[in-house]
Design a protein. Structure first.
Length: 378
């Protein structure tokens, strides 16, 4: 609802933010719909919309269907997703993946390049900077149009963007990734753990869209978990929520070792199990039992609506889900459904995009935002 009375300048900023939020959350709105959605007067809504148009944050347009109508067309407005762009960076063990997206989260470009796991921290970050430059060029945008960079890597990241613990990339420990990726003037860099950001992407675009409470088991070359409670990602005090794989009792390391000992690669083993091969099925049963132990520990702790299996093992589908469901059910108090993620390889980079978008939106929807002040300056 818009406010009345008080400081006129503050009231104008508040109403403009209300209108901006409404436009951002809808594909397009008429002035009448905008007035109804915000609760402000028609004149206030129009003044705010025109200010946002002048600032480049919104645009007025006439839909094609309206153009064919006789008489004066309704006034339509929409948020300009191309007002700026964000980058999502996944600094993984074996590669770097950079996504460029507009402010609606629509992908504009993606660039991936391999990395040697033994490359020192400075060399890894240099490769990321080069990948960022390439992705920006491939998106056809300028560096000045980038409003934020979200980045993810394996390990525990502190609030300043420093890697404080990493088993898989120990040479990154102590490195401030937020500072290392601050390559664009005035562009903030926000950093998070890869598993937590993959879970953020799951909540945004994956199976978790329909659930406010879920556990995301990310299983591939490494196994870890992310947790969403009451619609919000649970990071933990140190950014380490869900890292139960460090406990041998979770049996997640045993799951990885079991797969390493398979006589065939994972895909071949899953195909053989699906075809009914008894030896392959026995290996899948063993894997499911190992995986279910740690998963049950997380489930019993947070009592979620469902479990989502993401990462490389999600491609096994029902071949793994069936045994995993059975073993998990035997270890928990209530039946809990298990689903697979559709996001696959880009989940972490998408989560980094979402992290960057959240940062930009926090700025845009702040009544003290410099961007908003610019929009209201005559």
């Amino acid at each position: 609802m818009g406010l009345a009375g008080g400081d006129g300048s503050l009231l104008q900023r508040i109403n403009t933010v209300v209108v901006l939020r409404a436009l951002h959350g809808a594909e397009q709105l008429t002035l009448r719909d905008l007035t109804k959605a915000t609760g402000v007067s028609r004149n206030t809504a129009e003044d705010a919309a025109l200010a946002l148009v002048g600032a480049g944050l919104a645009e007025e347009f006439v839909p094609q269907a309206e153009q064919r109508r006789v008489g004066r067309p309704a006034k339509w407005y929409r948020f300009r997703a191309d007002y700026g762009y964000v980058l999502g960076v996944d600094l993984a063990v074996h590669e770097v993946n950079v996504l460029v997206a507009d402010l609606a989260g629509t992908e504009r470009a993606q660039h991936t390049r391999p990395l040697d796991p033994l490359t020192p921290a400075d060399g890894r970050v240099l490769a990321v900077r080069e990948a960022i430059d390439t992705a920006i060029r491939e998106a056809g945008i300028s560096r000045t149009e980038v409003l934020a960079i979200g980045a993810a890597t394996t390990g525990i990241i502190d609030r300043e963007g420093r890697v404080v613990h990493s088993n898989r990339l120990p040479h990154m420990v102590g490195y401030n990734l937020a500072e290392g990726l601050a390559v664009l003037d005035g562009v903030p860099v926000v950093v998070g753990n890869d598993a937590r950001l993959a879970t953020l992407a799951e909540r945004w675009l994956g199976t978790g869209r329909d659930s406010d409470n879920f556990v995301n088991i990310i299983a591939g070359r490494h196994i870890t978990a992310g947790v969403v409670l009451n619609g919000r990602l649970l990071p933990g005090v140190h950014g380490a929520a869900g890292e139960i794989g460090v406990l041998s009792e979770s049996r997640w390391q045993a799951a990885l070792q079991a797969m390493a000992d398979w006589p065939e690669d994972r895909e071949s083993t899953f195909r053989a199990a699906e075809a009914g091969d008894p030896d392959a099925r026995a290996r899948i049963e063993e894997l499911a039992e190992h995986l279910a132990t740690g998963t049950a520990a997380v489930v019993l702790t947070v009592d979620p609506e469902c479990v989502i299996l993401s990462g490389g093992l999600s491609r096994a589908g029902k071949t793994l889900l069936g045994p995993l469901q059975e073993h998990l059910g035997a270890k928990t108090l209530f039946p809990i459904p298990i689903y697979t993620s559709p996001l696959e390889h880009s989940a972490v980079a998408l989560g980094a995009v979402r992290l960057a978008l959240d940062h930009v939106e926090d700025d845009l929807f702040d009544t003290d935002s410099p961007r908003l002040a610019a929009a209201l300056t005559p």
